[in-house]
Design a protein around this ligand. Sequence first.
Ligand SMILES: [Zn+2]
Length: 252
Amino acid sequence: MTAIPDYISPITGYRVWQWHRAGLRSLNGETWHHGEPLEARCRSSERLHWRRHRANPRPHDAPHLHCTCGIYASKSVEHLRRPGYQRSLIYGQVLLWGTIVEHQRGWRSQYAYPQSFLLPPEVLPVRLMEIETLLKSLISYDRDIFILHHGAMCPLWKNDSGLAADGLDYLTDRASKWYIQPNQRSAIKQGDRIAVAGEGMAVVDDIDGTYVRVKLGNKTMLRIARKQVSWKKENLRWETEARAYDEGDGNR
Ligand SMILES: [Zn+2]
């Protein structure tokens, strides 16, 4: 236990978040609040303690050297880019401090706060007004925001000066290209992208009569009634309003 250093000056890592209108969440559902650092907690040691002692949970401090707890960050953005991974998620740099456990490719940290955001174009709706609504939840973290385009970072929002011309040009250009394209889609097909209400982006895996089976970024399979799926031209994707049904054993 003596091997864990305590970092007072933050170090910078990379990570992914789920992006909602309300803000950011970790892949395990943890909410990242605006203007306040996330502090790691160890849920597995809480549960273990409860089972053994039936007493108030007394977890160890997170991150623990011999546990998996802590706030995860990667040493490079490339380590985060797995196939299908970026569809509904956003990237960013993250500041880490407090107790930090180092691994070969990344860290587990006690405290963390976003440092900047990198948005793959796929997560941005085509309509500028919708982008603005979505951006508001990110702007509240008081950080710079970039669009990640062909490996380059195009500034979209500067925390001290607002919307950046480069990012706005990119989005305007993309929107105008979209409006001159054919805008009718008659049938949903395998491989199409679909935005599932309350879940995020998914890919159509199979269509079977009245149901569409889709796969989320975290590999969870969902089943959705075909009639609840409609094509949203302005967002270039299929969307569903109703809640989808979990296909598996609820193990998520
Ligand atoms: Zn732990």
